[in-house]
Design a protein around this ligand. Sequence first.
Ligand SMILES: Cc1ncc(COP(=O)(O)O)c(C=O)c1O
Length: 446
Amino acid sequence: MATDRSQMSHYERERSAVFHSWSAQAQIKPLMVQSAQGVYVTDEDGKEYIDFSSQLVNTNIGHQHPKVVAAIQEQAALLSTIAPQHGNIARIEAAEKILDHSFEGAAKVFFTNGGTEAVEHAVRMARLHTGRHKVMSQYRSYHGATATSINLTGDPRRWPNDAASAGVVHFFGPFLYRSAFHATSEAQECERALANLENTIQFEGPSTIAAIILETIPGTAGIMVPPPGFLAGVRAICDRYGIVYIADEVMAGFGRTGSWFAYQQHGVTPDLVTFAKGVNSGYVPLGGVVINEAIAATFADRVYPGGLTYSGHPLACASAVAAIRAMEEEGIIDNARRVGEEVLRPGLAALAAKHPVIGEVRGLGVFWALELVTNRATKEPLSPYGTSSPAMNELVAACRREGLLVFHNFHRIHVVPPCTITAAEATEGLARLDRALDSVAQYYVG
Ligand SMILES: Cc1ncc(COP(=O)(O)O)c(C=O)c1O
């Protein structure tokens, strides 16, 4: 017999029927969201929040952008779905727009439903192109939740999913604040991380390695901007050993760092680029892989053994075209860079000067992490690696009370608002964060 839900609140129905990602189901208290507009989210009680999380760092053009909503409505009225083997102008235009903003020599786009599938397919392409199997990725990374991408992931979410059979080799990337190389400067960290990577390749067997996949700026794992020269060094190593360089731009791409793609600020040309999230701000699920000429040519007369019923879905592609056009027309990427430099960088530095619990601030554009510690000298994190803590739970609850949604991971708070945020909204969000940080001052023991 069907459950009688007539007396249940939305919250009770949500808790009763919906199974959530990455959660112990009985221990979560989801925010019940009614609506959203721009950088604001409103809950079912009418309380308004500034969205410093961009949800899962994906609403780069903000919520309910009218041009994107209209494009989805128009496409739905014209052609809501079409099989991937048929051509369609929405898909063509989305591919062209993405290629137009990509690297010189970007030849084709393969569309997926999101980021993890993009990673799966990029790895499959690299393996078939090189005839090799192993793939290298960094500790402190996130690449998705399906078979290969969760194994590539370098954070504790991999552990319960790790079959140790995915042909993945992890290595430490540059991260001076918690240097794996005992480095004392960015230049030293860069040089030692590259030497370590090359050494690892030599001992793994260069001829066994198909690809190195790197988040251009590791996102969920802590927004560690690579030191100058690191990505160019990785590119050179890939060239030396015939390894495919996959730039995972699922989180860093489409404006978040103040450029179309983050790799463009490092003067490097990847072979494959994975994207999702900001490509259409997640209004309809979409991801994909930008493919260079050489890899595209591999599959000119050889079947690519992969596909998806919804590859290049017209609603998703129409929303991507509209989102990219809006970014072009409205200077949204410049805005992200400007707010990052003029408001977030100095504003977060001021918070760090005031709150000792902030061990480090790092980032650029609308892509910032606060490393929270109980002691600046020992860098003891505010919650242990891989878990949360009462202090972090209190901080996130305090942010909510103040009307602020933040992205948080272990002992870090990420300030990652939409690229469309105004200076005034960013300033107001920082004021709310400032008040929330007061609530965890007692946990600092340094
Ligand atoms: C860098 C990176 N790659 C891949 C993914 C997986 O994307 P999705 O959740 O759309 O599958 C994510 C998601 O956060 C990501 O940040």
